[in-house]
Design a binder for this molecule. Structure first.
Ligand code: ZN
Length: 60
């Protein structure tokens, strides 16, 4: 299940599940076109997200 990140011209980053080959989506925040960020970044952020979740849940 590929998760991709998209960034619009205003710098909003959107995470989403999209079909393979999708190059851009509509930014949910400003409705501009958001372009896909390089997949390597997505892998890194995915790993970081796990850690971030662990930290935030243990803090509270
Ligand atoms: Zn936007």
């Amino acid at each position: 299940m590929p998760v991709y990140e998209f960034e619009c011209e205003s710098g909003h980053v959107t995470e989403g599940l999209v079909k393979l080959g999708t190059k851009e989506v509509d930014c949910p925040k400003c409705n501009q076109k958001a372009k896909k960020i390089i997949s390597l970044c997505a892998f890194e952020l995915k790993g970081g997200g796990w850690y971030a979740d662990g930290y935030s849940s243990s803090k509270k």
